[in-house]
Structure formats: C-alpha cells, structure tokens
Unconditional design. Sequence first.
Length: 538
Amino acid sequence: MANKEEIPRTSPAEIESLIEQIRSANLEPGTKAKIERLLRTVLMLVELLPRRNTSIRKLREMIFDKRTERQRPRKPEAPAKPGEAEKADDAPRDEARGTERSEKKPDGNGHGHRAASEYTGANVVSCRNEELKPGDSCPDPCCGGRVYDLKAPTALIQFTGQPLITATKYEREVLRCAKCQERYEASLPAGVKEERYDATCDATIALMKYGSGLPWYRQAGLQTMGGVPLAESTMWERCEAVADAAPGAYQLMTGVAANGEVMHIDDTRVRILSCVREDKEKKGRATRTSGIVVKAGERRVALYLSGRSHAGENLAEVLTQRSRELGRPIQMSDALAANTSEENEVIVAFCLAHARRAFFELKDHYPVECEVVLKAVGQVYQHDSETVVMSDEQRLAYHQEKSGPVMRELKAWIEEQFERRLVEPNSNLGKALQYWRTHWWELTVWLREPMAPLDNNPAEQSLKQFILMRKNSLFFKTEHGATVGDILASLIQTCHLNEINAWDYLVTLIRHKADARRNPHLYLPWNYKGQDEGARAA
C-alpha cells in the first residue's frame, strides 16, 4: 500500500488551469471535449463528496444516469438452418457499431397521432355540405350517380391558446341626474352575472395547483405575462371557495371507499409549517400525506389525507364507515409497519414489485442469484398480462395453474440458499431473500384471493401528484390549507381514475354549490354527468 505522501494530490484551481491548457493544445476538437468533460466530472465529484446525503449509488446515477427497472425480454436463439451461417457471415455490418444492418426496417406501432375520439373536452362544430345532401346527383357531369351519407365524418382538431385565466372588462355607462344627483348605471349584457370570478376561473386555478402541481407564484407569473394579473392570495381564496362546495361529496366518496374490495395505501412526507412550529415546543410525529386508492366495483376512488397519522391509521379511520355485512377487504401496501394497523380487519397483501426492486439494484453484484428472482417475477407478470379479459375467478385459477409452480420453485430455491449456506444472511442479498421468506404469505395473496393485485403501483402512482406539488410548492402553511389540498386533489384524481373530465366536474360543482351541499350524492364524480351541458367554455 502506498504511503500517505505518495498519494497524488491536486486542487480545483490546478484542474481549471489544466483545462485551459487542453483548450489551447494541438488536439482534435472531439478529444479536447472528452478530456474537458472528464476533468469537469472530477471537479463535480470533489464538490459532492463532502455532502452527507451523497452515496456511491447517487454519484453513479448522477454521472451515468439512473437505469430503469424494466428489463427487455431476451429472444430465444433459433437453431441456424443449413446455409444460413454463410449468409450471416456475408451480411453487411455497421463499421461504427460493429453490428449487422437490417435490410428492412421493422414496422412501427402506429402513426403516432391520437384518435379524434380522445379529445372529449373539445368543442364540436358540425360542418354540413351546403351544396349537397344525401340523394342528390353527383356534381361530376360524367358520373350520373347519387351521393349518400358515409355516417363517418372526417375530423380536424384545431388547437387554440390563451393565458390560463382570461378576463373580460365590461365598461358600463353611468348617467347622473343634474338635480337629484342619482346615478344610473347601464345593465350588463344578457346572461352575464354580477360576479367577479366565474366558475371556470376557479376550476382552472384548482386544477393547475392540485392536479398539475403548478405553484401559486408560477401561475401568478404566467397571468402577469398574459396581461391578466392575479395575486397568489386571490388564487388561494378561490381554491378555498371550491373546497367549500365539496365537503359533502368528499365525505360520501370516503364512504364509497370504505366499502371497497381492494385498498392500495402508501405514504409520502409533507411539510406543514404550523406543525413544524408545534414540534419545536413539543415533540410530535413527522407529517405525511397518505394516498389511498380503492377499487369499489367498477369505480375507483382516490383519497389523500395529510397530517401526523400514517397510512395504516388513516385507513383504520376510513374503515370505521364500512358496512358490517361486507367481508374483509384486501389491503395492498409494502411491509412497512406504518402501513399496517391492528385495528384493521383486512386481508394484508404486500407489493411484489417492492420485493423485486432490491434484486434489480443488486444484480450487478449478484448477477446469477438475482436473475433467478427477476426471471420468476417476470414470468408472473407475463401471466398476469394474459388475464386482462378474464373474470376474477378465472384470473385466480389461471395464476394457480401457471404462476403457482413458478412461485413454489422460487420458494424452494430461496430456502436452499439458506439451508446450504450459499448466501450470507447479513449481506444485502441475504437480507433481500430474507424479506421474501418473512413475508411469503403476504406476497402471494394473489394465489389465494380472486381480486388480489400483484403490486401497490396504483397508490405509488397517485402519490406522484402530491410529490410533484411538494417539489414545486415545498410546504402547506397550515393544517387547514393541507385539508383544502386533500379534498381538491382527491376529487381531481378520482375523476382521472374514472376517466371523467375533472375541469367540467369542478365547474359543475361550483355553479351548483348550494345544491351540492344539500344533495352531495348527486355530485359524486360518477353521478354528475349531464347535469350542466353549458359548463364547457366556448
């Protein structure tokens, strides 16, 4: 081992000086760029290493980019036919890549355009042929035939743009009597209400904030650049007014979720400033947002709850509204203790993707062992993709037939690793395998229950909405603000899961605020359709 004095040392200033020398050296431009990038990488490493939250894996992801967990299936190599080996040797090769060039490009999956039927929020304008109608003679004088209706009109989707919020200024003439000084103000046009903020304005602000994660200051900046400035405090007041119309619908939606069959739950951290101040005086739990996605028949319900309670406690609170006649629901989560509660009478299932992830991260160090687990889980997901059109009972029987042997073989292999001492229990691989041994029953619920899912992806995907909002807005100021965000985000995400136009729904809710508070069951996302045909802006 080299002595401490023999270790080469340098400083950032020396590296910068070396970069300047490289730039003036007589080298090829491409070579100069590569050397400079290498030296810049060294400078970046010097800057990052003193940070406490920097690990080797993070450094590798920063330099070489993060790899996806998706693996490309390997195609089985077919035996070569006589004479094909000679043809393969004569095949043209790309000199730069050293690979064979295909004589024919593979066909693409499609033209890349969206179907006209996907634009459900577009205004529809029917264009009729003014000179012809079905049954008329063909305009071509040499034809002599008659035209008929194809019943399949062509569609031109035309996109227009404008600021998020637009404004109309009504300049009303004012007359005053010279004798009594009475003022007479001109009336507004027919159909224009005496209100400052239209329902479409409030719906857009709420959707941008709690549906797309666009913070107040960015919305305010966009509005100023568009010539229609709106203050951040005003936007918050408008969102608060929207949430004030929805508590009844939100509570009923919680009741529907309580009676669901499958419940996906997970947590993500959230910062609430009023709670931070309380924690300074008296220690308390960290604040978090729980995401609960429930399958209730043909409906999907998304609930967000922010505060000091973890996902297991929040789910227990939701289940207090569950009907006693119903059986136990399936609770899908990872194996964290925060996701479970002794009060919950549920069938506990753990996420298969979560258990798989550790082996994907370790496959560079233990390629043979990890390949066994990754291959088995891949086969299970392949079988699951083949059950899309099946009923729940058919899916269960199919998995028991196809995936059951795969999982039994995997379990025997895991047990063999420990019995024959082929793996060190305290190593990263040993801990990952022990996770499967400890939670095997929960990880394989889908082999015993008809509706049990394989993973907790719906909950993790739903929480991305809150994670994006947290990255952009950083925090909630008060617990009241967090509650407003929970209500609006739950309504918006539920509309998304049920393929309902969230903007139209919020506009309808705001315009019928009084009725929505009296009859909230009529304003659940799946019940409101058709109540306000004029909600969509022209």
